[in-house]
Design a protein. Structure first.
Lengths: 423, 261, 182
């Protein structure tokens, strides 16, 4: 600590000079080099890193797309087509960006599922989880505003419908909507502000991701067993073990991404968005992008305007209090035979909602969506709190290292029954 | 255990993808009604490419038939070079239309022969004029039509061959035509390609209705996705590269983890 | 560093792993390089920009002694219908007085028509001298108001900081009264 310099042990003199004054190298070495990480991660633990890479891909392609995009109602559609036709590799940048949004949600949904299944939201990782929900909300806002920018029919009517959600608010609703639009309908001022915010929000996401990772490195990672590492025998240094493992997952992810971009670039999009926006004609079947469909289905499941909007926002807001709704001290669903079943039912409900959200609002889809939406909330509000008291979890293993050393059997047979493992 | 978890992750990912696909399906099924007859096109599949001779004939069909009502304002004459037309041919085609330009030094708009850099000439100056000339119906711009309609080229092919007499009990509104594959079945456009030999091909191909429809579908697909060949070719290379790289990465991962497992 | 924390030191197979890593890393580097290229390339002029790179100008209305400014690739093109006096002046200058020696004959296709890119070769301003009322500088040509470069009636640099003569674009006389630039 002499004279306030960091005592760096970097060998290269130039790097040491920097590291002594700004210990970024020491920090990276600590957080991504030697960082002790549970040794028993499965491939579900790739998805955080994948989401990070996906964010960077979106920012990079987005910055270059912005160089050729014109945020004006009379030129936006054609400027996107100019990117597709005339800008060198413009089609690649745009298809990567558009399908990158879908990939981002796939990755993040799996990442969230990982958290739900292995109880990564539980103490001491509550704030880590809540920051994740904030990222998810920001992603949704960013994706929504990005979808408006090509100014096709779905862009326009998606923007109209989603902004009109706010008109459900009592008293101030209509004024809020006018304020969001900057006029009396979705028009050029709306497009301009959405463009501005669509460029800004990813950097906000980046900031929250930094906090998310910082919080992660305080508590350390959860793991498939949901028990805390007891010592060095339970962990491996992040590098090279998890850098190697993440690389494998990353390349698998790139393969899926490439197949989408190069062979099915419009599979997840909607044909109507290749028709320029027309404020006088609503397309026959408007649907949001697929990743919003579960929440859209919840919105439509309620026959009341304010109620539907409240429930839709509630379906995400409820994730903020999940750490306190789940009263079980056992993290991993591997040791919760009953809760596991209810969680898989919840997953099915999520997919059912996703499916119904894309269907026209008619029977039987309305009733099915209502049942699924009801279960979605029931799981969080009733089942999880009750199961924490009623369920008898399986015995937890003594430590991470033991089952792994024994070849990774499904459960440690002789392990002490310790359901009250330190949370 | 890791294998099982990998499987799980793959299943979840596949489920999300499939769910995503399913979620967008309903709107697609709803717009057509009848199932589209399947036609094989040269641009289908992983190694798809454009049949340039067919697309050139399709351009001829567009120019002589469709262009009387339908614009293609996103295309320029210079783009036709990608279909294999020579610079001189493109110049000739461009010069055959009069383009409004200006203002000149006297402040007046003037007409001049088209240049390769000009956009395709639109048959109507604006939407209102197009509607006025077509009983109030707007002939859609065709630049993106295969991307803007569910079914793409298959739909274009089906629509152009889907004209028939209305079934008993169906009364057509005035000026409308019956089409099996059009949403609502009543379409303002009269059957545009109705008789063999309507367009005279110069390359010896028999201009049957089916041939003309296929050619124009080929042309319109190229117009909507001019990057298709480059995209698919690049995709094949990309996936091969990634699979090899993935093999290396997996080998490293196995080596690194060999002392832990 | 990392090895100190590893449960078992990876002694065996160390070199094989190193080789594998080398191959993989170089392979991945090729991939990253290939991915960076589309981004860089997308900033080059797009196809529609390149396609607009010719302009046709009708020069019939330009009287002797006057000039017009056309636009080509977003740049001003000076087209001057020179007087005999201006031509004679330009041709009388000995080449050794020039910073960027070029004969007037080599800068024109027809002596009375001077076609140049109207951008000062110093830092890109547009020189004055097109309008009859503009200052033409001490050499009866063009004068750049930004940093005082003066050009003669052939557009050659004579005084001031500009290093080279005003550039001549590719152009051709399509007819006697029409030129195509680019």
């Amino acid at each position: 600590m002499a004279s306030g310099l960091h005592e760096s042990d970097v060998a290269n003199p130039v790097l040491r000079w920097i590291d002594a004054r700004l210990p970024v190298i020491t920090m990276m070495q600590k957080e991504y080099g030697t960082f002790p990480t549970p040794r028993n991660f499965n491939y579900f633990w790739n998805f955080g890193a994948l989401a990070m890479v996906n964010l960077l891909i979106m920012i990079a392609t987005g910055v270059f797309l912005a160089m050729n995009y014109t945020p004006h109602t009379s030129m936006a559609f054609d400027s996107v087509e100019r990117i597709m036709r005339d800008v060198n590799f413009g089609w690649l940048l745009r298809y990567v960006h558009a399908n990158g949004a879908s990939m981002f949600f796939i990755v993040v949904y799996i990442h969230i599922w990982r958290g739900l299944y292995y109880g990564s939201y539980k103490a001491p990782r509550e704030l880590l989880w809540m920051l994740g929900v904030v990222i998810f909300l920001l992603m949704m806002a960013t994706a929504f505003m990005g979808y408006v920018l090509p100014w096709g029919q779905m862009s326009f009517w998606g923007a109209t419908v989603i902004t009109n959600l706010f008109s459900a608010l009592p008293l101030i609703g209509p004024d809020i909507v006018t304020w969001l639009w900057g006029g009396f309908s979705v028009d050029n001022p709306t497009l301009n502000r959405f463009y501005s915010l669509h460029y800004l929000l990813p950097f906000v996401i980046f900031g929250v991701v930094f906090l998310h990772v910082a919080a992660l490195h305080i508590t350390g990672s959860n793991n498939p067993l949901g028990i805390d590492p007891k010592g060095p025998q339970d962990t491996v240094p992040f590098h090279p073990y998890y850098t190697a493992k993440d690389s494998v997952g990353l390349i698998a992810y790139f393969v899926v991404f490439a197949i989408l971009v190069f062979f099915f670039p419009n599979m997840l999009g909607h044909p109507d968005n290749y028709i320029p926006a027309n404020p006088l004609v609503t397309p026959a079947h408007i649907v949001p992008e697929w990743y919003f469909l579960p929440f859209y289905a919840i919105l439509r499941a309620v026959p009341d305007k304010l109620g539907g909007v409240a429930l839709m926002f509630g379906s995400i807001a409820i994730l903020f209090v999940l750490p306190w709704l789940d009263t079980s001290p056992v993290r991993s669903m591997r040791f919760r035979p009953v809760a596991k079943i209810f969680l898989f039912l919840w997953l099915i409900a999520f997919f059912v909602l996703l499916y119904c959200g894309g269907k026209p609002p008619e029977e039987p889809f309305v009733t099915i969506a209502r049942v699924a939406a009801a279960y979605y909330f029931l799981y969080f509000l009733v089942i999880l709190p009750l199961l924490g008291r009623l369920e008898r979890p399986l015995p937890l293993p003594e430590s991470i290292a033991r089952p792994v050393l024994r070849g990774g059997g499904p459960l440690p047979v002789g392990a002490m029954s310790k359901p009250m493992e330190k949370a | 255990m890791p294998v099982k978890a990998t499987l799980k992750a793959v299943v979840v990912a596949a489920g999300l993808l499939a769910g995503a696909g399913l979620g967008t399906l309903p709107a697609r099924a709803a717009s057509g009604g009848e199932a589209l007859p399947h036609v094989n096109f040269s641009f289908d599949g992983l190694f798809g490419h454009f049949d340039r001779a067919s697309a050139q004939r399709g351009f001829q069909v567009y120019k002589e038939v469709c262009a009387n009502c339908h614009s293609m304002h996103l295309l320029s004459y210079r783009n036709l070079r990608e279909l294999g037309l020579s610079e001189a041919q493109v110049r000739g085609i461009a010069a055959s239309v009069q383009v409004k330009d200006g203002p000149n030094d006297e402040g007046e708009m003037f007409e001049r022969p088209g240049r390769p850099s000009d956009r395709f000439h639109s048959p109507f100056p604006n939407e209102q004029a197009a509607r006025a000339a077509n009983n109030g119906a707007l002939p859609p711009d065709l630049s993106l039509i295969t991307k803007a309609r569910e079914g793409g080229a298959q739909y274009v092919h089906a629509l152009l061959t889907g004209y028939e007499d209305p079934p008993p009990g169906v009364t057509l509104m005035p000026g409308m035509n019956y089409n099996k594959y059009f949403a609502g079945h009543q379409i303002a456009m009269a059957q545009p390609l109705s008789s063999d030999g309507q367009v005279e091909y110069t390359d010896g191909t028999q201009p049957t209705v089916e041939q003309m429809v296929r050619d124009v579908s080929q042309f319109l697909t190229w117009a909507a996705e001019p990057e298709l060949e480059q995209r698919k070719a690049m995709g094949v290379k990309m996936v091969i590269f990634l699979v090899i790289l993935g093999g290396f990465a997996y080998a490293i991962k196995r080596k690194v983890w060999s002392d832990v497992h | 560093m990392a090895d100190s924390m590893a449960p078992g030191a990876p002694e065996d197979g160390g070199t094989r792993r190193d080789f594998l890593q080398l191959v993989t890393a170089s392979f991945a580097a090729v991939g990253v390089g290939a991915l960076v290229w589309p981004f860089i390339s997308s900033m080059n002029p797009a196809r529609d920009v390149l396609a607009l790179s010719t302009t046709e100008v009708d020069i019939a209305p330009i009287a002797v002694g006057s000039a017009i400014t056309a636009v080509w690739r977003g740049k001003p093109i000076f087209i001057r219908h020179r007087t005999q006096k201006e031509i004679d002046e330009a041709r009388a200058v000995p080449l050794d007085q020039l910073r960027d020696p070029q004969t007037d004959q080599s800068r024109v296709k027809k002596p009375e028509w001077l076609v140049m890119i109207g951008i000062c070769t110093h830092l890109g301003c547009v020189p004055l001298g097109q309008k009859p009322t503009d200052p033409k500088g001490p050499f009866d040509g063009w004068f750049c108001p930004c940093h005082g470069s003066a050009y003669d009636s052939s557009g050659r640099i004579r005084q001031g900081p500009a290093p080279t003569n005003l550039a001549i674009p590719d152009y051709a006389f399509e007819t006697d009264t029409k030129i195509r630039i680019g």
